[in-house]
Design a protein around this ligand. Structure first.
Ligand SMILES: Nc1ncnc2c1ncn2[C@@H]1O[C@H](COP(=O)(O)OP(=O)(O)OP(=O)(O)O)[C@@H](O)[C@H]1O
Length: 893
């Protein structure tokens, strides 16, 4: 095959030099894609694919106009592609092309989405674990770095193990992850990354992660002093260095907007593992919708920066009483000062995203309209301060400190500079002039003046020509093809003077030019070109000026976002009768008339109380299917979570002891699709909780043990309860269908039973949604099956069967002297199941029913099993023995 030459050859050779998935190469006014890349964009972006031949071979080709590249880049990076962009530049002997940047999901600066867009790196800590890399045990620690090129945010974090690393990663939801060298070989970690995150995994060159090199880079960028002060582990520095290197190498050109190195410390924050963030539907529902999430419910922010901040609060609740009480006080003040709040929200409605604009200025992609947006947003600062300071509730609240933190003088300076420079309605291009005002620069003023004079001359030309030559129907105008022209109506066209040179005939008129007009035209074009160049230079200076104040813009942006997020919480609290929870560091949790923050929006919600303290730290929640157990427990978790972002909560009154983590384990239907058995998922989640929870945590367990055989399930639930109660001592709510577990309250001092009440009359069940103390007596599964539309014959038959079963139970129960159906209970002291009759020393026959192992053959088998030493018996012999037991038991039946 002959090698392509010419433009295709150039394309293919540039492509061979990059590890990007796709190359867009500038060819004049277009970006072109050739070969496989053309096919790919043809498919992904629905671009028309044509063909281009080179050396007798035909190559697919597709292209987009220069000015339209951004939306195509956005679409490609959103699909996870990395796109190299090669620009064309002039050389002495023609032109050449060079790759100027590689646009990737994590380095796409021009995004229009409101959400944060994090690029992350994760590095295994060499010094941790048992020393031989990440696969050697789960004690490997990790260093993480997160950078948002669109806002300049840069954070580093450490994680003690895989779970913590995954939790942090999930919290930031990066769009692109750079796994460090060790992480790349850790299949388990990679599998979790793929499963938990929707991020592109990019294998960046390993040298970038080398600790020495990376540390040097971080020091160089953020200053040695900052780095020393933060005292970061090597792995975190390696991650941070790799992120910086990647941002630089991809050519995003925004490094300068990363002005601050912040640490994200897990111990400042409430641990919310991945499962919990999902289960509580913080930012999206279980079905992946934004609507119906907790965030969508409480978000009334007016700016995208405010929305981002509120989401960040929700994903990273705090543990510091001081921070939370400050936020609460501001929310309280804003909730009371309704008029001032309206005014603030109104003002914020005019704010643009300063953090994003700062990045665009640094990147060099901000146009004059962007700088106008900076000017207009800075102009809001005095008004915001004024509203706060002139409203006594707000002036006395921490909000006053928040708004006064801004360096107002510098903000006003920059605003003034921009106001003096920018024209009121600048164009969206930066090359054609018209962006800057008179008075900004003397040379520019000269050009503008001369331009104005010429325009004036042109404006009066038509009148002059009419007068001088006695013409009628004369206009003077310009267009792209004809340049400037004098247009004369057809009736008068024959009478034009001799020096008129005809350039075009139209249906009802003719177009002419004259030497004089051509001279003026040349002059005007020259001035316009000069003006364009000069304005571009001046504009770049102005933009650089803004870029150098990135930190100031980030501060102002952050302050406005904070006011926005706090006002949003205040609005929601005021409109939904939420109250300020009393926070403290004790274990108590007391919620009076609490509601579920999301469900209350769409349902006539029945409020419920929760009372937990050091003597009552474990609630077993029972109740019929569909009665509201899950809602009740999630409501508790949501209220604690809201309290720990500084929000008010849906209750009449609430007292919340701060927690260090919220852990949940609820039905995991969605995991089924990923090929893991429900039970396996359930157990690994339980295992995570039992490892991670502490006596300061809140644990929510919904139906643990349900995914396996009943007795296994009960046993696991039982053992987990004991462990949580005795060892971990976490505040726990445990919903279960295993009625047996309600017996725990009699044996474990801190366990109490509550149930969600339902009323049954004439076979109809009414859900009361009220939570009451004590266990429930039965479940109403058949009623729910009926509600769910299970065919009537099946429902009827189920009722029959249930009746029969109850009758049998009733026989047992009668022996116990009770007329109520009684369920089998688990004997704590004996560790076995038995009927209550037996517990009372009643009818031995019914006890035998509940305890099948008392059958003589079964007892013999059990005895043999007990004395068998499994470890020393060869497998074949074991199998034979089991078969023998089986035969013996079956024969007996
Ligand atoms: N306090 C309440 N007020 C009003 N509606 C409620 C309340 N609690 C729950 N609900 C509604 O009742 C329905 C069932 O609630 P939930 O899923 O919590 O029941 P459950 O007892 O956990 O069910 P299951 O045992 O079948 O999992 C939901 O539609 C929920 O919105």
């Amino acid at each position: 095959m002959t090698e392509a030459t010419g433009i295709v050859g150039e394309f293919l050779s540039l492509k061979a030099d990059t590890d990007a998935d796709v190359l867009a190469m500038q060819c004049g006014d277009f970006y072109e894609f050739f070969g496989d890349d053309a096919e790919l964009v043809g498919e992904e972006l629905e671009l028309k694919v044509t063909s281009k031949s080179s050396q007798g071979q035909s190559y697919p080709m597709a292209g987009v106009p220069l000015a339209d590249l951004t939306p195509y880049l956005k679409a490609l990076v959103e699909r996870g592609y990395r796109v190299a962009v090669a620009d064309q530049y002039e050389t002495d002997d023609g032109h050449a092309r060079e790759i100027v940047r590689v646009v990737t999901p994590g380095t796409f600066v021009e995004t229009s989405d409101a959400d944060a867009q994090y690029l992350a790196a994760v590095v295994a800590d060499q010094g941790s674990g048992s020393g031989s890399g990440p696969s050697s045990g789960d004690e490997t620690a990790y260093g993480l770095a997160f950078a948002d090129v669109t806002t300049g945010r840069f954070l580093v974090a450490g994680a003690e193990d895989v779970d913590e690393a995954m939790t942090e990663l999930y919290r930031f939801a990066p769009v692109e992850v750079l796994p460090g060298p060790d992480v790349r070989t850790d299949d388990n970690f990679l599998a979790q990354l793929r499963e938990r995150l929707e991020a592109r995994l990019t294998l960046h060159e390993t040298e970038a992660f080398a600790p020495k090199r990376a540390t040097h880079r971080v020091r160089d960028h953020f200053g040695s002093e900052t780095v020393d002060r933060l005292d970061l582990p090597e792995s975190a520095l390696a991650a941070a260095g790799a992120v910086l290197a990647y941002v630089e190498e991809t050519g995003a050109g925004v490094l300068a907007s990363m002005t601050r190195l912040q640490t994200h410390r897990g111990d400042d924050h409430v641990t919310l593992d991945v499962t919990t963030q999902r289960n509580l539907e913080l930012t999206e529902t279980m079905h992946g919708d934004r609507d119906g999430s907790l965030f969508a419910t409480i978000d009334h922010t007016k700016t995208s920066a405010g929305g981002r901040l509120l989401k960040e609060w929700l994903q990273r609740p705090r543990r510091s009483l001081e921070v939370l009480e400050e936020r609460q006080a501001s929310v309280g003040a804003l909730a009371t000062a309704a008029l001032a709040r309206d005014e603030l929200q109104d003002v914020l409605g005019g704010a643009y995203d300063l953090e994003r604009l700062a990045s665009r200025a640094t990147h060099g992609s901000a146009d004059a309209r962007d700088l106008l947006a900076v000017r207009d947003t800075l102009a809001l600062v005095p008004r915001v301060v004024e509203v706060v300071e002139s409203t006594s509730d707000l002036a006395d609240s921490p909000l006053s400190t928040v708004v006064n933190r801004v360096d107002r003088e510098r903000a006003a300076d920059l605003r003034e500079t921009l106001a003096d420079a920018l024209a009121e309605e600048p164009p969206s291009t930066v090359r054609q002039g018209g962006m800057l005002k008179k008075g900004y620069d003397d040379d520019l003023d000269d050009l503008i003046e001369r331009h104005d004079e010429l325009e004036q001359w042109l404006d009066t030309l038509a009148d002059r020509e009419k007068r001088q030559h006695g013409l009628s129907h004369v206009t003077v105008d310009r267009n792209k093809t004809d340049g400037y022209y004098i247009q004369v109506g057809r009736s008068a066209a024959d009478g034009v003077p001799d020096h008129y040179e005809e350039i075009k005939q139209l249906k009802n008129s003719k177009r002419f030019t004259t030497d004089e007009l051509e001279d003026k035209e040349r002059e005007i074009l020259r001035i316009e070109e000069q003006r364009g160049d000069l304005e571009y230079e001046l504009f770049r200076g102005l933009r650089q000026n803004v870029a150098e104040r990135a930190a100031l813009l980030q501060d102002v942006g952050r302050t406005l976002a904070t006011v926005d997020a706090l006002s949003s919480l205040a609005s929601h609290a005021a409109e939904n009768r939420w109250v300020r929870p009393a926070l403290h560091r004790e274990q108590d949790l007391e919620i009076t008339q609490g509601r579920h923050p999301v469900v209350e929006q769409t349902t006539e919600f029945v409020p419920n109380d929760v009372a937990m303290d050091s003597d009552r730290g474990f609630l077993v929640v029972t109740g019929p299917n569909m009665s509201g157990k899950s809602t009740y427990m999630r409501q508790v978790a949501c209220i604690v979570l809201l309290a720990q972002i500084g929000s008010f909560v849906p209750a009449r009154e609430a007292e919340v002891g701060l927690v260090d983590g919220i852990f949940t384990r609820v039905g995991a239907l969605d995991e089924l699709a990923q090929g893991r058995s429900t039970f396996m998922v359930e157990m690994s989640e339980l295992s995570n909780i039992l490892h991670a929870a502490t006596d300061e945590s809140l644990v929510i367990l919904d139906e643990v043990g349900r995914g396996t055989a009943t007795y296994d399930g009960i046993s696991i639930a039982w053992a987990a309860t004991e462990y949580l109660h005795n060892e971990i001592r976490a505040k726990t709510l445990f919903a279960t269908h295993y009625h047996e577990l309600t017996g725990l309250a009699d044996h474990l001092p801190r366990v109490a039973n509550v149930h969600v009440a339902a009323d049954e009359r004439d076979g109809d069940v009414t859900f009361l949604r009220t939570v009451r103390d004590g266990p429930t007596d039965r479940s109403y599964g058949i009623h729910v099956a009926d509600l769910a539309g299970v065919p009537a014959p099946v429902v009827d038959r189920a009722r029959d069967v249930l009746e029969r079963l109850r009758e049998e139970k009733a026989i047992e129960a009668k022996g116990g002297g009770s007329s109520e159906p009684v369920q089998t209970v688990f004997d704590v002291s004996g560790g076995s199941f038995r009927g209550p009759a037996n517990a009372d020393g009643g009818d031995p026959e019914s006890a035998a029913k509940a305890e099948p192992a008392t059958d003589p053959d079964a007892a013999a088998v059990l005895e043999a099993l007990e004395s068998l030493d499994v470890n020393s018996t060869p497998p074949v012999e074991l199998m034979a023995t089991v078969q023998e037991w089986k035969r013996r038991l079956e024969n007996e039946e």
